[in-house]
Structure formats: structure tokens, C-alpha cells
Design a binder for this molecule. Structure first.
Ligand SMILES: *Cc1c(COP(=O)(O)O)cnc(C)c1O
Length: 429
């Protein structure tokens, strides 16, 4: 097909109208239509350039269209794309070796989307509970945190407390017990109950508004789980792959970038769930990593996915993880994140509109001084867009700032100028 038959020269307004008419209304996007991305930048259909401060919810940590990742994608796309797991393929084994060495686990179960990774971890934890821990069939409980976000499947939304995510999607899946986030006493009370298989937690709650738990919460929660013989499952789909200034958030504040095990602040989860930036946002890739004693409960025919572990995913993910190491993205995220929070903390002392800046590395948020259901955060995001920076409100009055980690210090300062000017202008209104 010639490219001219594909190109209709549609404007942003035309394209928004098309989505509105022909697509389900399951998102509420900012009114910007993107047509191109490179590094920290994206361009809209009319050619206006923006800093991307969402990075596709932290999937594009390595920057848009990273040449090394795109190179791996195009090369493999011309060779072999999908075999299914009915046969072996020559990319999967090397990828599994690479990934398990990179993160320090015995085995990986490859899937595609984040929600599938979470579902996989839940299934493995339950099976482990029955076959290794001796919990009676169908009795296993998994502890989760209030205000969690783990994806959109029926089972996962069963333990959400976001009404939009849950309401009228029942009946719900049983077997989940909710405790307040960042509350060790409540966690321990729950761990004392019968039939507990696992504790599933985000090391920073991203969707809830970049809620960073107290220093020590993660290692202490893991120690409690160990004490009660319960699996500690870290959902690092958003916090992982250098986003928060370390390879994983469970690394704590060390700069280990892949050599966590020598580090004193490292908390090794019993199961680690990765997605999003494991492919640099190039292809849907997710993974569940755990050691043999847990993974070996899964036997042939008991779990799977047609696309999981396909050769394209394998090659893309290796390239994406190489970029994280080669370009020191953890260190850069840590350094720029500190700069970002220092600058914005100074700025908000002059602002009556912003209450708080919080985050780790380049996963940050500002909290707007207005009611949850006000449109202020949205209106600020529209103004930021007009000034050349794309960000999105999360949960009402919170704006998340998560640029690609390949940003330079100079670019970050330019972005802080835009954010400060936009908010200051807004305050004058
Ligand atoms: C995005 C996300 C998911 C779900 O990933 P999908 O690829 O959208 O299914 C799960 N957990 C966390 C913490 C996430 O940020």
C-alpha cells in the first residue's frame, strides 16, 4: 500500500473527533494529538513540539524511539515475530538468562501487559500457598494496600477501592484483604490471620498520586512477611527500570543499577512484577520473576499466553535494559529528580496554588491546593500543554511529572521554567 492512501492530512480536531465517534470513551485524554516522538520530545499533528512529562505512565523511560531499541525491533521483525510457546524459539532462552541475571532471580515467566503480570503473580502465589504452604484449597488470601493500582482485569479491580474502576463490574473475585498503605501495624495484624498467601504492594503508589511510603516501610514489610511465611510481591511495573533513581524501588536509595545484591538497602521481593519500561515503551512486555521454589509450582498447561515470550519482545526487552545500564539512567533519574524537587520546593514557597511536591527520582507529583473534584489540576495541564509540556492529572488534584530518564540537566531546567511560569500565570487569574 502506498503511504498516500494512508495519509488523509487530518488535523488534530479531525482526529479527536474520529476517536470520539468510533472509539470507546474509556479515557479522557488531554486535547493533544501526537504524531512523532524522539527522546524527551513529542510532536503533535500540526508540528508543535512538547516535552513529554508522562512518558506513557513511565513506559518510555529510555526516551521515545530510542535507536538501539528500535534497531532490535526492526531487525527481529524481519526475522521471526511469533512462534507461540508450542515450540522453542532462539530468542527466549537468552532473554530469560539475561533477565534473571539482571534482576537476580532463578526464573522468569514472560507475559505482555502489566495486568497480565499481576494476574500471573496472583495465580503463582495461590498455587504456592496450596502446594507448598499447605493452605486448604480455595482459602488463600492475598493482602493488598488501600488505593492500590495493579491494572484493569476483573480480578484486579475486585481489590481496588476506586469506584470508577470497580462499580458495576461485579461479581468480584474473592480472596483479597485490604490494609492501609504504609501501615506496618495493620499489615502485621492481617499477616496474623489464617490462610495468608502473599502481600502484593507497589513500593511507591503511582496512580494514587505518587504516594511515597515512610523510609523503611518496604524492608520492614518484607521482614514481617518472612516472619509469617508469606510471599512479598512487589509490583514495580511503574516504579521499576530506573524510574525512581534506582534500578528498582526495592533497591532503596542505592545506586546499584543492577547489582543490588551487594547493597544494604536492597529488599529482595519473593516475586517481582515488571512491565512498562522493560521494553522502553516499544512493545508490550511484562514479566514475573521469582526463585525456583515458587516458580516450580507452575507445570505445563497451567498458565500461558500466545504472545508471552515472543522473539520480538525478547529482543526489544534486552535492548531496552541495555540502554538503562549503558546510559546510567538510574543515576540520571536520581540526580535530576533531586534537582526537580529542590527547584519546585523553592518555587512553591511563593505559590498559594501548590501545596506539596513529592516523589523519588523522576517519579514526582505536585499536589494542588484545591478540592479533589475541582478542575484546577486539569486546567493547569491544559495550560502546560499550551506552553509546550505534557503532563496529566492523577486522582483529582494531583499532577504527576515523569519525563523520560534520558533528559539532560539543561532540559530539566527548561521544563522547570515552563512549569513555574505556567503555575505563576495561573495564580494571577
Ligand atoms: C500500569 C500499571 C499496571 C498495569 O499495567 P498495564 O500494562 O496497563 O496492564 C499495574 N501495576 C502498576 C503499578 C502500574 O503502574
Amino acid at each position: 500500500m502506498s503511504t498516500t492512501t494512508l495519509k488523509e492530512n487530518l488535523t488534530s480536531a479531525d482526529l479527536i473527533a474520529l476517536e470520539d465517534k468510533h472509539g470507546a470513551h474509556n479515557y479522557h485524554p488531554l486535547p493533544v494529538v501526537l504524531a512523532k516522538g524522539e527522546g524527551v520530545y513529542v510532536w503533535d499533528v500540526e508540528g508543535k513540539k512538547y516535552f513529554d512529562f508522562l512518558s506513557a505512565y513511565s513506559a518510555v523511560n529510555q526516551g521515545h524511539c530510542h535507536p538501539k531499541i528500535i534497531g532490535a525491533l526492526t531487525e527481529q521483525a524481519q526475522t521471526l515475530t511469533l512462534t507461540s510457546r508450542a515450540f522453542y524459539n532462539d530468542a527466549l532462552g537468552p532473554y530469560e538468562r539475561y533477565l534473571t541475571n539482571y534482576f537476580g532471580f532463578d526464573k522468569v515467566l514472560p507475559m505482555n501487559t502489566g495486568a497480565e503480570g499481576v494476574e500471573t503473580a496472583i495465580k503463582i502465589a495461590r498455587k504456592w500457598a496450596y502446594e507448598k504452604k499447605g493452605i486448604a484449597e480455595n482459602k488463600a488470601q492475598i493482602i493488598v494496600a488501600e488505593n492500590n493500582f495493579h491494572g484493569r482485569t476483573t480480578t484486579i479491580i475486585s481489590f481496588s477501592n476506586d469506584e470508577d474502576a470497580r462499580k458495576n463490574f461485579g461479581p468480584y473475585t474473592d480472596g483479597f484483604l485490604k490494609v492501609p498503605y504504609n501501615d506496618l501495624a495493620a499489615l502485621e495484624e492481617a499477616l496474623k490471620k489464617e490462610d495468608i498467601a502473599a502481600f502484593l504492594v507497589e513500593p511507591i503508589q503511582g496512580e494514587a498520586g505518587v504516594f511515597v511510603p515512610d523510609e523503611g516501610f518496604i524492608p520492614k514489610a518484607k521482614a514481617l512477611c518472612e516472619q509469617y511465611g508469606v510471599l512479598f510481591i512487589a509490583d514495580e511495573i511503574q516504579t521499576g527500570i530506573a524510574r525512581t533513581g534506582a534500578l528498582l524501588r526495592v533497591c532503596g536509595d542505592c545506586n546499584c543499577a543492577g547489582h543490588c545484591e551487594q547493597q544494604t538497602t536492597y529488599t529482595k521481593p519473593d516475586m517481582l512484577i515488571l512491565g512498562k519500561a522493560i521494553s522502553g515503551g516499544v512493545y508490550p512486555v511484562s514479566a514475573v520473576l521469582t526463585n525456583n521454589d515458587v516458580m516450580d509450582v507452575i507445570k505445563p498447561g497451567q498458565h500461558g499466553s500466545t504472545f508471552g515470550g515472543n522473539p520480538l519482545a525478547a529482543k526489544v526487552a534486552i535492548a531496552a535494559l541495555e540502554v538503562v545500564k549503558d546510559e546510567n539512567l538510574s543515576q540520571n533519574a536520581r540526580k535530576l529528580g533531586q534537582l526537580f524537587r529542590d527547584r519546585l520546593n523553592k518555587f512553591i514557597q511563593t505559590s498559594s496554588l501548590v501545596n506539596l511536591v513529592r516523589g523519588k527520582g523522576l517519579l514526582n507529583a505536585i499536589v494542588i491546593n484545591d478540592s479533589e473534584d475541582s478542575s484546577t489540576a486539569w486546567d493547569i495541564c491544559v495550560a502546560l500543554k499550551d506552553n509546550g509540556l505534557l503532563a496529566k492529572p492523577t486522582h483529582g488534584n494531583i499532577i504527576r511529572f515523569a519525563p523520560p530518564l534520558v533528559m539532560t540537566e539543561e532540559q530539566l531546567n527548561e521544563c522547570c521554567d515552563i512549569i513555574e511560569k505556567t503555575i505563576a500565570d495561573f495564580e494571577k487569574k
